[in-house]
Structure formats: structure tokens, C-alpha cells
Design a protein around this ligand. Structure first.
Ligand SMILES: [Zn+2]
Length: 356
């Protein structure tokens, strides 16, 4: 019997953490934290963990790695870009996933998930096993994606629930928003570079912060993870100006962190809240108790999503590709989950467990 248990990530936006028991092995898929507050998965009562597999480096998938010793310091696997970008000690020493067709004797297949630097989907246990999408997108201009293989069970990124708005419409909206100085707080390891490259190729002047420059530099060594167009976009980033906390407020400014909770975005957003001088637009998940949440509430920032997860139409296509017997819709709140269940189109299991 094969079993997948969601320790976290069902009925709520993250943190991601799943226990896969298959072929006599216990694997932990992601070990996240947040993204709201410092929420951690409940790791009590786990069986001995044989390995941890990480889908990508975002904090809601890896931020719980300070618990790695607590779970017995098992071998850890991640992709090379994820390892190269890692700031946490154990992840910097992870074993690369690329080039492997097995893990602890279990058949393994991975592919690009199109969500961020080195983000992968993984199938463990062959066609009779589990496909874990991690965070996944088919719309990225920058990050390449690979078709999903068939699998008996599926855990699918449903972060946007039944939202349908395509990225192309969002890009048109954001381009119209940028009619003067604009600050876009973004995660450096995600859509920030993509947004920067979009404006640069449209002839706009763009400045990016130190954290974004670091990711761009590392991506140069891993361009097999990019779309064909993405390789040219990455080159265009060399023409971006440097954005510092004391830079003048002008043109398109892209800075980390995404909730203006740290880094250059924190300082610049505080300046703009005090003195004005630029629009601020938030493009991703707005975490609770952050400056971004306060900025939205007081009206100094507006929200316009830039998709990095599947729309409903894409999610339908992904489910078709995998053709699972059973599945979980992950990373959306309980209301969105109920809407997905009400459609009755997917073989969704109730609760937080898959048995097959
Ligand atoms: Zn992510």
C-alpha cells in the first residue's frame, strides 16, 4: 500500500510538507514555514524519515529546514539552482536531483515546473506512484516547464483555487499601472526578474536590488531551466540599473522582499509611505502582519497579481496529463477547496490523506 499524508498545505496557503510512504520508505516532500507568520508543519509522531526532497527554495517549502536535525538529519535532495541559491546550511549541502532516475531504490522522474529558479515537479514510484507538483506554472515568460507524466496519485498546486485570470491580462494591467515611478516588492527568487525583464524588453528603464542581481547571476550558470525567450530576457537584465535603499524614486523599481518586510523593498516602501513619490504595487501573496498588508489597508499600495501558480484552466490540463486515480488540491484555503470539490471534475480525496 502507498500513502501520502499532508502534514501541512491542505485547506490553507502553506507551509508545504507531505509524508510519502512508499516501497518501505518514508520521504518528506518539502519542509516549509509560513508564508503567514512563522507557521511550521506539525512534525510530531513521524516515522523515521529516509530522505527529504525539496521542490524549490521558497520559504514556504524550505523554511522549516531548521527542524532537519529534529527529524534525524536524513539525506536531503534538491535541484542545483535551488542548492546554489540556498542560504540555509543544510540545503547548501543537499544532493542534486538532476540526472537521477531513482532515489533510495524508488523510481524517480523530475521535470521543470516553470515556477521559479530550479523549481521541479517530481514523480516517485513510477506510474503507480505519486506526482508532486510543488509550485507549478505554465505561463512563465522566464522559467521553462516540462509536460507532466501519468501517475496513480497527485498532489497539485492549487494556490489560486478557481481563479481564471491569465497572466497576459495581468501584464497588460501592470504595464498600464507603470505610468510613472513604481515600486514592485517581489521575491528575488521568483517573478521579480521576470517582471524586470518584461519592462526592459519593452524599452523601460528598470532598477533592481542586490538580491535580484544575485539570483540573475546564479541563473546564468543554469540556463537550461529557462525558456528560449527567457535566456534573452536574462541577458537583458544586465542593462538594469542598481537599486539601493537611498536610490532616487524613478522609473520601474523592483526590490526584495515581496511583503516589503526586509531588504531594499522595506526601506523604499517606508520612504514612499512617508513621503510619496511613487506608486506601489503588490503582485503576490500578501502575508499577514507585514508592511505589505498595512500598505494595502491604508491605500498606499494596490494589488495586481502576477501568476506564478496555475489558473483553473491550467490546473485542469495538468490533471488531464497526470490522469490520477486520486489526488489532493494543495495550498488553497478551505473556501477555494470547497469550490474545487463542488465542480466534481477531479478525483479529489477528502481530508489530508491519499491511500492507493
Ligand atoms: Zn514557490
Amino acid at each position: 500500500m502507498r500513502e501520502l499524508r499532508a502534514l501541512s498545505g491542505i485547506g490553507v496557503k502553506g507551509p508545504a510538507c507531505f509524508l510519502l510512504s512508499i516501497g518501505g520508505r518514508n520521504l518528506l516532500l518539502d519542509l516549509g514555514r509560513g508564508p503567514d507568520g512563522m507557521r511550521l508543519p506539525d512534525l510530531r509522531g513521524l516515522p523515521p524519515i529516509d530522505a527529504v526532497l525539496l521542490s524549490h527554495g521558497h520559504v514556504d517549502h524550505t523554511g522549516g529546514l531548521d527542524q532537519w536535525q529534529v527529524i534525524g538529519a536524513p539525506p536531503m535532495f534538491a535541484t542545483r539552482p535551488t542548492i546554489a541559491l540556498a542560504r540555509q546550511q543544510p540545503l547548501q549541502r543537499a544532493i542534486p536531483l538532476e540526472g537521477r532516475d531513482e532515489i533510495l531504490g524508488l523510481p524517480l522522474l523530475i521535470g521543470r515546473a516553470g515556477h521559479g529558479p530550479g523549481a521541479v515537479w517530481m514523480r516517485i514510484g513510477g506510474e503507480e506512484g505519486l506526482l508532486y507538483s510543488g509550485d507549478i506554472s505554465r505561463e512563465s515568460l522566464l522559467f521553462g516547464h516540462d509536460k507532466l507524466p501519468k501517475a496513480a496519485a497527485l498532489v497539485l498546486d492549487c494556490s489560486y483555487g478557481d481563479a481564471e485570470e491569465p497572466l497576459a491580462d495581468q501584464i497588460d494591467g501592470l504595464t498600464a499601472d507603470a505610468d510613472g515611478p513604481i515600486l514592485l516588492p517581489c521575491p528575488a527568487g521568483g517573478r521579480g526578474l521576470e517582471i524586470a525583464a518584461h519592462f526592459l524588453t519593452g524599452g523601460r528603464r528598470v532598477a533592481i536590488c542586490k538580491a535580484h542581481r544575485r539570483v540573475a547571476r546564479i541563473l546564468e550558470d543554469h540556463d537550461e531551466w529557462l525558456t528560449t525567450r527567457g535566456r534573452a530576457m536574462l541577458e537583458s537584465l544586465a542593462t538594469a540599473d542598481e537599486l539601493a535603499p537611498d536610490s532616487p524614486l524613478q522609473d520601474v523599481m523592483i526590490a526584495a522582499g515581496p511583503n516589503a518586510e526586509r531588504g531594499t523593498a522595506k526601506t523604499l516602501a517606508a520612504r514612499i509611505r512617508r513621503e510619496g513619490g511613487a506608486k506601489m504595487v503588490l503582485t503576490g501573496h500578501v502575508a499577514t502582519d507585514t508592511p505589505a498588508e498595512a500598505m494595502l489597508a491604508e491605500g498606499t499600495a494596490q494589488f495586481r497579481r502576477w501568476n506564478v501558480h496555475p489558473t483553473l484552466r491550467q490546473a485542469d490540463a495538468l490533471v488531464c496529463e497526470v490522469a490520477p486515480q486520486t489526488m489532493l488540491a494543495a495550498f488553497c484555503d478551505s473556501k477555494a477547496l470547497a469550490a474545487l470539490e463542488a465542480r466534481g471534475l477531479w478525483p479529489l480525496a477528502y481530508g489530508k490523506r491519499l491511500l492507493w
